[in-house]
Design a protein around this ligand. Structure first.
Ligand SMILES: *Cc1c(COP(=O)(O)O)cnc(C)c1O
Length: 457
């Protein structure tokens, strides 16, 4: 029986002559269409051998070959609609870029003066387009850019402390997720970790007592995605800088998200501001460009010129450097900060953070209307208050009131509804909470974005 079914399968030669595939071969690449046809036949053969499949007609095989072809030719990285309410969502690309940054990306796709000094007609410095802006916005003497903040920490430690000891409070030995664990980064930088204090309490004397001839620097890391509450004590940056200065040691601060403006301006609790760390005396501060800053993925190192210059000359910098697209988008994003009064409209991260609740509610009502029409009977669509988070390790534990559209059905569970929204073009990403599928509208500015392109079934 199986043998007969297997024998009934067409050969690759026969299948590629089949109407729609022959047509596809003319439009695309004959070799690629042939490979897709072979895969469709192989899949059918496997299905028959596993007993999972019956006979396959030439039409069916051609259709699956075309699906294989589409899968190969269509981009896998696609736009998704963020209806999670999490503004800086690591799984969907963190900060949405500003319009200016998107324009800059397109410009940088061609030839640009990346490492070319147009004034002198000679070789230039890659980071020059952004270092001046970072200095102006943070008060740091010098700045460079690398691939991400993990790379920035690695470069800082390797440059300033390779083969020597790095002093860190036990309460700051963080794991960010996605395999960023501070102890690992310290080891991979070629440094020796010197832990001081306890998980919940570290005192000035702990730092002071750890210093020995092998000590290279003191490291401070922002706790980012968690908070220690209760009986706690830490050493402020200013005090740590005083202790380090007495011993002639630099202080490196990993700010994580780090903000270039005080979020209190937008009614949000304070997240550390880079300029404050520089003012408090940090020798080098590292932070991500795609978290609160609202730019592309990059890591920024800002601080004392003598130290940052040493990092620039480290061969690791070459391995960790940012590309022209990143630098272009970052430059455009940083320029927005020169006009802080307009930031709440020009920079999407801040616009979504500072979004008025009644604006979110209005969008939720519109979306609910559109969804009721589009989904028809069988689905219940309502709006309700909810809480959104910033994400990206920023403002841990802080939630903001928001409005969500809930979609439920008597005949279908929340997880199934969630999968149906994910199968849309573009996919709509919400979340399931207490067995209900919710679309948090804080991160959706156009209600039509969450409406399915095809009927849900
Ligand atoms: C997010 C974060 C990092 C990692 O930054 P990436 O830009 O994701 O590499 C490192 N340290 C802290 C404190 C963070 O919050």
């Amino acid at each position: 029986m199986k043998k007969e079914l297997l024998r009934s399968l067409p050969s690759t030669d026969e299948l590629v002559r089949h109407g729609p595939l022959a047509e596809a071969a003319r439009r695309s690449s004959p070799a690629l269409v042939r490979a897709a046809a072979r895969q469709a036949i192989d899949d059918a053969r496997q299905g028959i051998m596993d007993g999972a499949r019956g006979p396959a007609s030439a039409d069916e095989l051609a259709a699956s070959a075309l699906a294989v072809l589409t899968g190969l030719l269509e981009p896998k990285l696609r736009r998704v609609v963020n209806a999670t309410g999490t503004i800086i969502h690591t799984n969907i690309g963190r900060a949405p870029l500003a319009a200016r940054a998107v324009e800059a990306l397109a410009t940088a796709a061609g030839a640009v003066n990346l490492e070319y000094d147009l004034e002198n007609g000679a070789r230039g410095e890659r980071d020059a387009v952004v270092s001046g802006l970072v200095s102006r916005l943070t008060g740091a003497e010098e700045a460079i850019v690398v691939n991400n903040n993990a790379a920035a920490v690695l470069l800082a430690l390797n440059t300033l402390a390779e083969g020597r000891e790095v002093v860190v409070s036990r309460g700051e030995l963080i794991e960010i997720g996605g395999s960023f664990r501070l102890p690992d980064i310290i080891r991979k930088s070629g440094c020796v970790l010197r832990e001081v204090g306890t998980t919940n309490r570290t005192h000035p004397a702990d730092y002071d007592g750890a210093v020995n001839p092998e000590t290279a620097l003191m490291l401070r890391a922002h706790a980012s995605n968690y908070r220690v509450v209760g009986f706690t004590a830490g050493v402020g940056l200013r005090e740590l800088c005083r202790i380090a200065a007495r011993r002639g040691l630099p202080v490196v601060e990993d700010l994580g998200s780090g903000s270039l403006v005080d979020l209190a301006r937008y009614g949000l609790p304070g997240e550390p501001v880079v300029a404050e760390s520089i003012r408090a005396g940090a020798s080098v501060v590292t932070f991500s460009a795609d978290k609160l800053l609202g730019g592309p993925q990059a890591g920024i190192l800002a601080g004392k010129k003598e130290l940052v210059d040493r990092m620039r000359k480290n061969p690791l910098k070459r391995a960790l450097r940012a590309d022209k697209l990143t630098l272009a988008a970052l430059e455009a994003t940083l320029r927005l900060y020169l006009e802080p009064e307009k930031l709440a409209s020009t920079l999407p991260v801040l616009r979504l953070l500072a979004r008025p609740l009644d604006d979110i509610e209005r969008t939720a009502r519109q979306a609910a209307c559109l969804l009721r029409d589009a989904l028809g009977q069988g689905f219940t669509v309502e709006i309700e208050g909810c809480e959104s988070v910033v994400g990206g390790g920023a403002l841990p534990g802080h939630t903001m009131p928001s409005w969500a559209v809930s979609v439920s059905s008597a005949g279908m569970g929340a997880d199934s509804i969630s999968r149906l929204f994910l199968s849309q073009r573009p996919p709509v990403l919400g979340h399931v909470s207490r067995k209900r599928f919710l679309l948090d509208m804080r991160t959706v500015e156009d209600a039509a974005d969450v409406v399915p392109s095809t009927p849900l079934k």
